[in-house]
Design a binder for this molecule. Structure first.
Ligand code: TRP
Length: 332
């Protein structure tokens, strides 16, 4: 890549250990971007607080588990800045300033907001902070003048709001922030072992940190094509969660597996055996790295402490400019 490196910012709410959907859909992509961009990866604990404000006890442990998975997957503190959002207080300041210029209807019509308010009934989401979730996300991105934001499809409405807020800020005060663009990952959403979307809340996930015994049990019990009752019945690999994993982990063998499943030569038990072997090859190095990281007691915390210091330096510099633009020199 020529010219100065562009800046990337992305983040995750600390929900604890990550599943292989996160690994394949997000982390591998982040890891690949580290060499070509200035990368900031954020632990979005304030975002988690917008819905988990009454359950903060698990937060510290969740952050540690998540960042251990980041490191095991290959995020490198020498290349990327990994930091905790709530430890960089400038995020709160920028969030507040952006909240002044964000019209309420933009937030009220945000599809993710509407959907969650309608669908999530077991949590109280009628708070001010939850409505402002995308404003906080805009502050994360604009704070580092990130121009590229790797996200999943579900986050697109938030990035669009970031762009609108960015334009409005620049219109009112002058060109301060570059407008960011999204970068989608190509990997499709992984299915869980029950055939639904892989998600922690469905209890159907294979975790990066699962031991060989744990994931073997899950894969052996996993849902496959319901029409393939007996070994020799013709199967339908498309939509089968095991075949989805074969596609990723069995690589050049996938074509043969598909053909043999469809023709009834390959039964689900043997198909799972092939997958288990290839999955182990793919996941073992990550699991082993995770174990090594865990053996260095406070390593994840140390990475975050150092990363947060770096993020803070960048945030302070940018906020000084924002303050000056909005209020004039006396405020710097
Ligand atoms: N809202 C994002 C999610 O739930 C997490 C996030 C917070 C984020 N701040 C961000 C993602 C900034 C990209 C950029 O996945």
């Amino acid at each position: 890549m020529s010219g100065p490196k562009k800046t990337i910012l992305s983040g995750m709410r600390p929900t604890g250990k990550l599943h292989i959907g996160h690994l394949l859909g997000v982390l591998n992509n982040w890891v690949a971007l580290q060499d070509d961009y200035n990368c900031f990866f954020e632990v979005a604990d304030w975002h988690a607080l917008t819905s988990e404000f009454a359950n903060t006890k698990a937060m510290t442990g969740n952050i540690k588990e998540m960042v251990t998975d980041w490191l095991a997957a290959g995020l490198d503190p020498e290349k990327s800045v990994m930091f905790v959002q709530s430890r960089v207080l400038e995020h709160a300041e920028l969030h507040l300033m952006l909240s002044m210029i964000t019209p309420l209807p933009w937030l009220e019509r945000c599809p993710t907001y509407k959907e969650q308010i309608n669908e999530i009934k077991d949590k109280d989401l009628s708070n001010y902070g939850f409505l402002g979730y995308p404003v906080l996300q805009a502050a994360d991105i604009l704070m580092y003048r990130a121009t590229v934001v790797p996200i999943g499809q579900d986050q697109l409405p938030h990035l669009e709001l970031t762009r609108e807020i960015c334009r409005r800020f620049n219109n009112i005060y002058g060109e301060v922030f570059p407008e960011p663009v999204h970068l989608f990952t190509k990997v499709p959403k992984l299915l869980g072992i029950d055939g639904r979307k892989m998600s922690k809340s469905y209890n159907n996930s294979i975790y990066i940190s699962d031991s060989k015994e744990e994931y073997t049990k899950k894969i052996k019990a996993a849902f496959t094509d319901p029409k393939k009752m007996r070994k020799n019945d013709p199967g339908h690999p498309v939509g089968c969660p095991i075949f989805m994993l074969q596609n990723i982990y069995s690589l050049e063998k996938t074509g043969e597996i598909k053909k043999d499943c469809e023709s009834g030569v390959l039964g689900c038990v043997d198909c799972k055996k092939i997958l288990l072997e290839n999955f182990e090859k793919g996941i073992a190095p990550i699991r082993e790295k995770r174990e090594k990281i865990n053996a260095r007691k406070d390593y994840a915390e140390e990475v975050l402490r150092e990363g947060t210091k770096k993020a803070e330096i960048a945030a302070k510099k940018n906020m000084a400019e924002v303050r000056e633009t909005v209020f004039g020199k006396a405020y710097v």
